[in-house]
Design a protein. Structure first.
Ligand code: HEM
Length: 453
């Protein structure tokens, strides 16, 4: 068993043109035991799970994933191509970075706290299903003929593709500030806003577009197949219709970071290896110190969660492409080919910071010149057509997770914004900040339960 035949495809029923080549014939599908249909698990998926050595009882589909993850620390791979949804921390932070991103920020339209909680419950079960490679609800083709399908269907037949869905709560969820300065505690959450969830300050050089900034909620969807990531965001948006609206969204490709040091480091659109010195997903001690909010940090509901800063950083790649190779390398203080720090041979050699240009990005961003501060970078490249002036609208969608933004991104970005040689070639054009709660530990629990429940 392997490839799309492995556990947990997004449904594997017949297509409108007939059954998938090796899928069940329509009449066989109709014979499926009712319990199996009710779980939303396809027969092939069940065979796959069983093949992975799992004992399947009468449990619902969600329990299956729980049984597999066993409350693991975070994001264990539970079957070929699926990352565990349930765990102490949300998947999509310390778990291995996938190839593609669809990130969406939402405005909450309802002022009703109960309605918001109900939506988050519904989103959680949809997320548990989709990350396990299952369809949402009754699926794309198994529901009532008269009703719109529960699942939009474009991931039918696709494997889970290591999909992770990570939710975050923006400052405006805790207190809405209108243009005239009026402050509204819409959901009674003002007192529960973590101190670390600051309104980010203005940094030198910022040219932020409000239409690409902020948001009451965010969902980061990462997967190896863009169709799976887009399908996930689309289905959450569909479920939330009338209660939330998409404020802005960003597609990303070519991960520009790595949480798996053994893998080849990806390159960003400037052609440099990006993610060499990042926090590894396996480095539990550093994750504990620098990424996960801990008891006593502030709001208890955030324990095990993390703060996410998203920045849409435009690269002036036309200017960059006219620079000489040495000038480009001076910007980072690393060689372009190997990625080695100046004065060293190999990418992973420890930098001798004194040998890097004073205004180089790596010298300025390195923990040793910042009192030991660390962030977990998880960004992606983007190109979104042209800017209307004959240039590509391209850059880095920077995503960084940390235990306390006030002690990590804010001081680091202050320093970079004031001194970094890279600033000549980049501009921050979008910005958002979110509190990402801890993981959902078992079926029945939901995203944000400790905050809103
Ligand atoms: C378009 C913008 C950016 C580009 C192209 C970029 C690129 C790079 C590259 C090529 C490296 C060296 C390889 C590595 O260790 O990953 C690096 C390192 C790093 N960058 Fe950036 N970066 C950008 C923005 C930022 C921002 C906004 C921050 C934080 C506020 C940041 C923080 C860091 C950190 C902490 C390191 C590791 C330094 C070390 O420990 O050696 N970067 N970046």
């Amino acid at each position: 068993m392997g490839g799309a035949d492995a556990a947990g495809t997004h449904g594997d029923r017949s297509t409108p043109d007939g059954p998938a080549a090796d899928g069940p014939a329509p009449d066989e599908a109709a014979d499926e035991p009712t319990a199996e249909r009710a779980t939303g698990l396809s027969r092939r998926a069940v065979m796959g799970w069983a093949g992975a050595g799992l004992a399947l009882g009468a449990a619902g589909g969600g329990s299956v994933a729980a049984a597999v993850s066993g409350g693991s620390d975070s994001g264990t791979t539970v079957s070929d191509g699926a990352i565990a949804f349930y765990g102490d921390h949300q998947a999509g932070i310390a778990t291995p970075v996938q190839d593609r991103l669809h990130f969406a920020a939402f405005d909450v339209l309802t002022d009703d706290r109960k309605e918001l909680a109900a939506l988050l419950k519904e989103w959680t079960s949809a997320a548990a299903a989709m990350t396990a490679g299952r369809e949402v609800g009754q699926g794309a083709v198994d529901g009532l003929a008269e009703a719109p399908p529960d699942d939009t269907g474009e991931a039918l037949g696709l494997p889970p593709s290591r999909l992770t869905l990570t939710i975050g709560f923006g400052p405006s969820l805790f207190e809405q500030v209108d243009a005239d300065g009026t402050r509204t505690d819409r959901f009674g959450l003002r007192a529960r806003r973590p101190a670390a969830l600051v309104d980010l300050p203005h940094f030198p050089g910022d040219s932020l577009d409000p239409a690409r900034s902020g948001g009451d909620l965010c969902v980061q969807a990462c997967a190896d197949d863009p169709q799976v990531a887009v399908h996930a965001i689309r289905n959450l948006a569909r479920i939330g219709m009338g209660k939330v609206s998409v404020r802005w969204s960003q597609l990303g490709f070519g991960k520009t970071s790595s949480t798996t040091p053994d893998a080849q480091t990806p390159r960003n659109l400037m052609g440099f290896k990006d993610g060499t010195h990042n926090i590894a997903g396996t480095d539990t001690a550093t994750l504990k110190d620098h990424v996960w909010a801990a008891p006593g940090d502030g709001q208890d509901w955030m324990t095990g969660g993390s703060y996410l800063v998203a920045r849409r950083i435009r690269m002036h790649i036309e200017t960059w492409d006219r620079e000489g190779l040495k000038a480009q390398e001076d910007v980072f203080g690393r060689t372009k080919g190997e990625g080695a720090p100046y004065g060293k041979q190999r990418e992973r050699d420890t930098p001798d910071l004194a040998r890097l240009p004073k205004d180089s990005h790596v010298r300025l961003a390195h923990p040793d010149t910042n009192g030991g501060l660390r962030i977990l970078r998880r960004g992606f490249s983007f190109t979104d057509g042209t800017d209307g002036l004959g240039r590509l609208d391209a850059g880095l969608f920077f995503l960084a997770y940390q235990r306390d933004t006030r002690k990590a991104f804010v001081p680091l970005q202050r320093r970079l914004a004031a001194n970094d040689a890279l600033n000549e070639y980049i501009q921050h054009v979008g910005s958002a900040h979110f509190a990402c709660p801890p993981g959902v530990r078992k079926p029945g629990e939901w995203w944000g339960q400790a905050l809103l429940g």
